[in-house]
Design a protein around this ligand. Structure first.
Ligand code: ADP
Ligand code: ADP
Length: 230
């Protein structure tokens, strides 16, 4: 059974803004998929229907056998990292555990030992174990994105989504962060979908590329089949 299955997914905002035209695709366990396309193509909408933040106008989305509902099994890495800048990298990574334990419980009880271990392990995966106690606000853009990846890993997701995770970074930092994302996914056998608009960065990291334009899939294939004009 594929981890992700979309059947004839269509998303129309308002009366007539067609963000997704008629998308049908499956993503198998462990695939690292890069969604490519210009601004406005529908990448972000596609990721949002996968995590249940957006409901398709029609069609069906199935994640591991059931409909998505902003579930904790789906980990998100955002373009705007949404870290709490005053907290350490470690405390930020730990907040990933909240989607499992719930905010309320976190106010009442301490984090479980296994969550603390998970946070340290995730920081290690993204090369930030030595910077665990550093304040997020004092970190570089690339380091912040790596903390964002660590936080998503602490969620222990079945599906990892990254919406333009490197678009605010310079090419060197972007490659660096994508390298850690790929490493994290490979290490844990995580099914990953990352949207990117930088083709040069993307082609180094994806196993499978889905090109989107005007809400339609215009390309779906491996790196070797990726031409420069997607
Ligand atoms: P991308 O991530 O590739 O830039 P989006 O999925 O954000 O593309 O946008 C696809 C289209 O849908 C664009 O025309 C955009 O303006 C429109 N759109 C996206 N989100 C909304 C929304 N919440 N309400 C109305 N229109 C939206
Ligand atoms: P839905 O609940 O239909 O999935 P969203 O939650 O994605 O819709 O969007 C809620 C509102 O956010 C939209 O109705 C729109 O007014 C606004 N919005 C967000 N992004 C955009 C965008 N790119 N273009 C236009 N409007 C947007």
């Amino acid at each position: 059974m594929p981890v992700v299955s979309l059947a004839n997914v269509r998303k129309v905002y308002g009366e007539d803004v067609v963000a997704l035209e008629d998308i049908s695709l499956d993503i198998e366990q462990g695939e690292f998929v890069v969604v490519l396309g210009p601004s406005g193509a529908g990448k972000s909408t596609l990721l949002r229907v996968l995590n249940g933040l957006t409901t398709p106008t029609s069609g069906e989305v199935v994640i591991n056998g059931s409909p998505p509902a902003a579930r904790s099994e789906v980990g998100m890495v955002f373009q705007m990292h949404y870290l709490i800048e005053s907290m350490s990298a470690y405390r930020n990574a730990l907040t990933g555990a909240l989607s499992r334990t719930g905010w309320l419980r976190s106010l009442l009880t301490a984090y479980a030992e296994e969550d603390k271990q998970a946070a340290l392990r995730a920081l290690d995966t993204v090369g930030l174990l030595d910077a665990a106690q550093q304040r997020a606000g004092s970190m570089s853009g690339g380091q912040k994105q790596r903390v964002g990846i660590a936080r998503a890993l602490v969620q222990d997701p079945e599906l990892l989504l990254a919406d333009e995770p490197v678009s605010s970074l310079d090419p060197k930092a972007a490659r660096d962060v994508m390298g850690y994302l790929k490493r994290a996914a490979d290490e844990r056998g995580l099914t990953t979908v990352a949207s990117l608009h930088q083709v040069n960065v993307a082609r180094e990291f994806g196993d499978r590329f889905i090109g989107v334009r005007d809400g339609e899939v215009v390309f779906d294939g491996p790196r070797e089949a990726l031409s420069m004009d997607v």
